[in-house]
Design a binder for this molecule. Sequence first.
Ligand code: ZN
Length: 479
Amino acid sequence: MALHLHNTLTRQTEPFEALEPGRVTMYTCGPTVWNYAHIGNFRTFLFEDLLRRYLEHRGNEVFHIMNLTDVDDRTIAAAAGAGKSLQDHTAPFIQAFFDDCEYLRIRPAHVYPRATQHVDSMIELVASLMDRGLAYRSDDGSVYFAVDRFETYGRLSQVEKRELKVGSRVASDEYAKEDARDFALWKAVSPDDEAVGAAWDAPFGRGRPGWHLECSAIALSHIKERYGVETLDIHAGGIDLIFPHHENEIAQSEGATGKQFVRCWLHGEFLTIGGTKMSKRFGNILTARDLKEEGVDAAAVRMLCFSTHYRQQLSFTDDALESAGEGVGRLGEFRRRLIEASGASSSEAVDPPPEASELRAEFEAAMDEDLNAPRALAAVFSFVRAANRRLDASGWTAAAAAEALSALDRAMEVLDILPTSVDVKAELRDWVEERIAARQAAREAGDYACADQIRDELTEKGIELEDTPQGTRWKVRGD
Ligand SMILES: [Zn+2]
């Protein structure tokens, strides 16, 4: 079966086809680095991580772009409030974002362009929209996109159908626009902008880019430079970005290139805490670092997020987090058991046991169905139960257990929900095996003093060795 994804543009779950088969360009809207990203933001980034990993699992070469919004109303206000330059204010939050992504095991994007580093391409885009008559400079010195001159405006969000809220928010710029729906591409400079270093010269006046502009300019310049194309295969983000952000991205991009901007749009649902969308207003903000400081295993956070389909609201509760923690603990135990059972396995090829083949097939069938991670998780845990029964009954040879282990690991490459402690054990194992090989080499070279020294080193770390005719075996003392 082919991978099917739900495309917001068509409101259909359809077979995913890249412009160039086997190569996927993927753009995801990144964080606004005025503050720490919260766990609601990270639910979106984790859904995108799942998407990216599964595309790669299926053999695609993915080029993933994620922007960092380091200039917008909030970053400027926060920098001005702190009496810092934009750059000084955002730098620690950019670092914090990378740290949080690492904690949550999010596979890094290939590029993280910052808005402030792409102002030139944004200026070019505005100029080209003005040349094409789709944008105008207003009396207030700002440049606006003329929505009524772009025929397909509203196609993504089906905004006509929900009736555009006009006049609900009358800011000063509302008077400068020809049409209330028009949005700012370029904002005329203000004293705060100058104070924090958020002002650039442009042919249409000194100012700074509007927020929507950066994603179009960054996405287009990167895929054009790398592949000579102006169409993204995938653009993903949170559901709250559909309107106006993504609608405006389409207008800006397609208005300038005349080509389809994105083939497949994916949107992740909200995360709620206590049944309420997380927001400053409700005072229920939880950041990734809060979880890290509380000693929560990232594997449990990932598992909790993947237990609900990305297009369903996820309720983040302590209970759910705890049971996800128990789930990843069971997986870790199980994997250790498989490692032990496959320990003496030679590299001879055997047919995988039916349980392992079933896991592979069911995992992919689930993920092909619009990234149905809850179903994929169910497949993993039913495999754990079936395999444990087999191991209890000593029904598997070492080679069969090795096949089962490799099927599990293949699924884990995508989900990445093994507990952190297992990784520590894997590191220990690698180290012990490296030391045993070094000891063996020393003995073969007749350097028994060195071999004994390595043995002592291992003993000190609680590792016991046993030399057998089949080679050296080891175990952790007391295990
Ligand atoms: Zn964006």
